[in-house]
Write a protein that binds this ligand. Sequence first.
Ligand code: HH2
Length: 338
Amino acid sequence: MSARIEPLARSGRRSLNALPLAGSAHVWFDTVRPWSGDAVRAVARGPESDRLSALRAPVAGLALDRPRIMGILNVTPDSFSDGGDLPSVEAAVTRAREMAYAADILDIGGESTRPGADPVPETEEIARTVPVIAAIREAGLATPISIDTRKAAVAAAALDAGADIVNDVSAMSYDTAMAGLLAERDVPVCLMHAQGDPKTMQANPTYDDVVAEVADYLETRIEAALAAGIGRDRIILDPGIGFGKTLQHNVSLLRHLAVYHDLGCPILLGASRKRFIGTLGGAEAAKDRMPGSLAVALHAAAQGVQIIRVHDVAQTRQAMNLHLALNGAPNGTEHEAD
Ligand code: HH2
C-alpha cells in the first residue's frame, strides 16, 4: 500500500500557500504529515496537492464544497437508538418531511447493523424500506435518498422506488451481486470499513495501526469498485465508526479523518449517538447523546468531511450553520436556502 499522508486541516484566516482541502469552501491546508516517519512539511505542488485539494464530484446533484447532512431514517424495530420509532409508512413520511427542512440526504435503513444484530431476510428488508421510499416520492419530497443496505436486491428495489444512492456498510463484500448492480445503475455508493460482521464485530477488534489499515482497506475496495466498472466519481468512503472498533480506535480515526482525503473520494462519517459518545460524554441512553454527536459532527466538518450522517438533523443543521459562518465559509447563512 502507498505511504499515507495527513493534510493538516485548518479553518479561518488563510496562509499565503493555503489550498482548499478537497475543494472545501471553509477548510484549507498548506502542510502535510507523512503518516509514519518524517515531520510536517509543506505540501508538494503537483499530483499530491492536486489530489488533496480537488473538489470531489457532486453526489446526487449536491455540490461537496460544504458539509452535507445525511438524516437517518431507520424503519427497523431494533436499531440501537431509534428502533421502533417509525412503526408505519405514514410515520416515516412525516419524519422524512420534518427532516427534509434540514437534511441534504435521507438515509433509509431496514436492517440494524448494531453490534450483535442478526441479518434480516431480504424480503423483509424490502417490505420495510420500499413502501417508505415510494411514499416519500409520492408525497413530492425531492430530497436525495440513500438506501442503507448490504443486499443487491434491496438496493435494486429501493433504486426502482426512487432512491438515488446506495450506502453499503459492507463495502460490497456481503453480497457478490452488489458491485455489478452499482456498475449497471451508475449511482453513487458509500463503501464503509468494518472489521467482522455486526454479530461479532465488537468481540475483540484489533489493529496494529487502525488509521492506516482502514485506509488500506478502503483503497482495496476502491480498486474492486473500479474493476467492477463503477466510476471513481461515484465512490464515497467511510471509515466505519463503531464497526469493529474500540473506543480508542474510534478516537484515533476521528482525530485523523483528513488522512482519508488522500484517497481522492468524498468522505462520509456516521458517529451519531454511538456508544463511544455515551462513554466519553457520560450519556448512558443513546437518545441523550445529541450534544456529543454535535461535537463530533463539527469536528468532522473541520476535517473537511463532506457527508455527516446524523439522527438529530435540525440540531446538527443549526450547529453547522454557526460553525461555517464562524469559520470563514463564504456565507454561512446561504445553507438555509438549500
Ligand atoms: N452506521 C450505522 C448504520 N449505517 N452507514 C454508514 N455509511 N456509516 C455508518 O457509520 C453507519 C451506517 C449504524 O447506526 P444506526 O443506523 O443509527 O443504527 P442501526 O444499525 O442499529 O440501525
